[in-house]
Ligand binder design. Structure first.
Ligand code: TYC
Length: 104
């Protein structure tokens, strides 16, 4: 054995398979309600989810019409933190806005 075989074996075991190394992703969804103002939802989408004003308005209207809508897709810890941030901001502002994370 000249060593080539064992190197090849290692190369196979350590083959790069990006799709198997990605963390699972989670959708953060905003839910509609009758009390949270449209302006507040747009503000949340701009500040927590880094949406442009036009995109934030579009997502907010989608949630308003369809009941729920996608704010972003993130690894679990980021998604969970964004859900907590949305709910904290909403409660501090006196709104019942809800956000949930679900597997993408
Ligand atoms: N339905 C709310 C209203 O008419 C607006 C709204 C949009 C609330 C999206 C929540 O996630 C939401 N004021």
């Amino acid at each position: 054995m000249n060593g080539t075989g064992s190197r090849t074996g290692d190369a196979v075991k350590e083959r790069v398979r990006p799709e198997e190394r990605e963390p699972p992703l989670y959708k953060v969804l905003l839910l509609n309600d009758d009390y949270t103002t449209m302006d507040f939802v747009v503000h949340v989408l701009e500040t927590v989810f880094q949406k442009s004003p036009a995109e934030a308005y579009r997502i907010m209207m989608h949630v308003h019409v369809h009941g729920r809508g996608l704010a972003g897709i993130y690894p679990w810890e980021v998604a969970e933190t964004k859900v907590e941030t949305v709910i904290r901001m909403a409660r501090e502002a006196g709104f019942p806005l809800k956000a949930v994370a679900e597997e993408a």
